[in-house]
Design a binder for this molecule. Structure first.
Ligand code: LMR
Length: 336
């Protein structure tokens, strides 16, 4: 006798900046099942600003032309009330890039306004269980602004992305040690997704041994590895003439997938709301080591030993986040 199981309800995913480079590398992986699984239908709400709507139409046509069996619907909109309606996930990829003559503070204010609007729309139109991952830079502070603008959504449902930095760091260590990247585990990137981030090589493992017992060159670890990871986004821009896109999209897939399934044998770097763990300032969205339990609930791993050197690096990155918050919240009239 054949047994039939009822089809699963589609997961509805909003993606902002959907016609941009990261969007173009991301949407096809969501629609093909890489993010939510090979038997999980998905509906895509593609959000763009008005000038992006024409290229977005082309992206939607290409999604049609893939005939993805899991893709049940594609919505194209520049209206946040439509784009975030009933979504399970909001992937906030779009943001205004820094242009010539712009100060970092200008960018915080300009993007801040966008994330206030998106946070409000998520608050009003998304499912209460929505989870929000911010990729658009400065992603930690943008996520904090969206979170503050969405008081009906629990703070624990807002995330910003440092998985790209974790992946970059793992590859740097693997290449130095001459091992496959899968042998590098327990590598947490702490702090801000900016050059001040701290990739913690002291607690990382290579083939289950301490990375520092495999790579003995401490000056390489401190003076080459740490800045290489921190500056990798800039190096990609210099080499490609454009910001990372496929690797960023890949890290979005990794982040969401690993927030949805129980963590086995590793930790992952995700920027989450801090409750003061490891001395990080409470109330910031900062990168911390995360594990997910069998019920799909994430927690900060609590038993990592940090050296004084690591603590200093992490504190400096969080100091930068405090400053970003001060500037952005000041410009936007938000209260801490
Ligand atoms: C990246 O890490 O590649 C992006 O966030 C781009 C940047 O500005 O670093």
């Amino acid at each position: 006798m054949n047994s039939f199981s009822a089809p699963k309800t589609p997961i509805r995913v909003a993606v902002t900046g959907a016609a941009g480079n990261i969007g173009y590398a991301l949407l096809f992986r969501i629609a093909s099942g890489h993010m939510f699984g090979a038997d999980q239908p998905v509906a895509l709400n593609l959000i763009e600003i008005e000038p992006g709507m024409a290229p977005l139409k082309g992206v939607a046509m290409e999604l049609d032309d893939c005939a993805f069996p899991l893709l049940t619907e594609v919505v194209q909109t520049s209206d946040s009330s439509v784009g975030f309606k009933d979504v399970d996930w909001a992937l906030l990829v779009g943001s205004v890039p820094r242009k010539k003559g712009m100060e970092r503070a200008d960018l915080l204010g300009i993007n801040g306004k966008v994330f206030v609007g998106q946070g409000k729309a998520i608050n009003d139109y998304a499912k209460p269980s929505v989870r929000v991952l911010v990729v658009g830079n400065p992603c930690n502070t943008n996520a904090l602004i969206a979170m503050k603008s969405a008081p009906a959504i629990p703070n624990t449902q807002f995330f910003a992305m440092t998985r790209l930095d974790e992946n970059r760091a793992k590859t740097q260590l693997a290449q130095k040690a001459g091992v496959p990247v899968a042998q590098v585990t327990e590598l947490c990137v702490w702090g801000n997704h900016s050059p001040t981030m701290y990739p913690d090589f002291e607690n990382a493992k290579i083939n289950r041994s301490k990375a520092t017992s495999v790579i003995l060159d401490e000056s390489w670890l401190r003076d080459t590895f740490v800045p290489t990871v921190g500056q990798r986004g800039k190096a990609i821009i210099e080499a490609r003439g454009a910001s990372s896109a496929a690797s960023a999209a890949n890290a979005v897939v990794d982040t969401v997938r690993d927030l949805l399934q129980p963590t086995r044998g590793d930790i992952h770097s995700v920027c989450v709301i801090s409750n003061g763990e490891y001395g990080t300032p409470a109330g910031l969205i900062t990168s911390l080591p995360i594990k997910v339990d069998g019920a799909g609930k994430w927690r900060v791993v609590g038993d990592i030993k940090l050296s004084d050197y690591a603590k200093t690096q992490i504190a400096a990155s969080n100091e930068e986040l405090l400053e970003e918050r001060k500037v952005a919240f000041g410009q936007l009239g938000l209260s801490i």
